[in-house]
Ligand binder design. Structure first.
Ligand code: COA
Length: 156
């Protein structure tokens, strides 16, 4: 495999996954507005604050990216999530956000549902995520505290 191969180009269907009113959810990597993703993660997120644009670009390129767009004359990206997946054993949901003005309309829920139903994720036997405070949101989609925290290790 060439080092320049985009994992997303192997995993994505590059199509609209679903609509929620005027909001379109797609897995098309070409639709990702990196300015929005980097702007949110670097300035507003608690988990990747200060991250460089280059690191965000690489992480997005090497993941399955899902983005949410408001279908106006000039569509604007208002939400994002990505999944690191090998499609069969592990799928890690990460960088989920919805821009403030568009929250509490069910967008994150639809985004998580679309991610979990995606063909590159649906059969992964171990589905994981980290969250500081959105446990209730993810619990609606079947996520539970890790059953055996002693078995989980990390290194940074
Ligand atoms: C968390 C977030 C993605 C939710 O987006 P959203 O589109 O407003 O979510 P939805 O409308 O689909 O669902 C909101 C529901 O999730 C619940 N929820 C649980 N934890 C939450 C949290 N930390 N923040 C917001 N909503 C949360 C709310 O109670 C709400 O339920 P209700 O509508 O019955 O009151 C959004 O608030 C956000 O981007 N926050 C900043 C980034 C973040 O914390 N991301 C999650 C990292 S794990």
């Amino acid at each position: 495999m060439s080092t320049s191969t985009d994992l997303a180009s192997l995993l994505t269907t590059s199509s609209t996954l679903r609509w929620l009113g005027a909001y379109e959810i797609t897995d098309d990597p070409a639709r990702v507005d990196l300015d929005v993703v980097h702007g949110f993660l670097a300035r507003e997120s608690y988990w990747r604050r200060g991250v460089s644009r280059e690191r965000v670009a690489t992480a997005v390129r090497m993941s399955l990216p899902l983005s949410v767009h408001l279908a106006t004359a000039t569509p604007t990206m208002v939400g994002f999530a990505r999944v690191v997946t090998d499609t069969v054993t592990h799928a890690w949901l990460d960088d989920v956000f919805v821009l403030r003005e568009h929250r509490r309309r069910g967008i994150a829920g639809a985004l998580v549902e679309a991610a979990l139903a995606h063909p590159a994720v649906v059969d992964a036997s171990l589905q994981l995520l980290l969250t500081a405070d959105a446990h209730d949101l993810y619990a609606r989609y079947g996520f539970r505290p890790f059953p055996d925290p002693e078995a989980l290790m990390t290194r940074s």
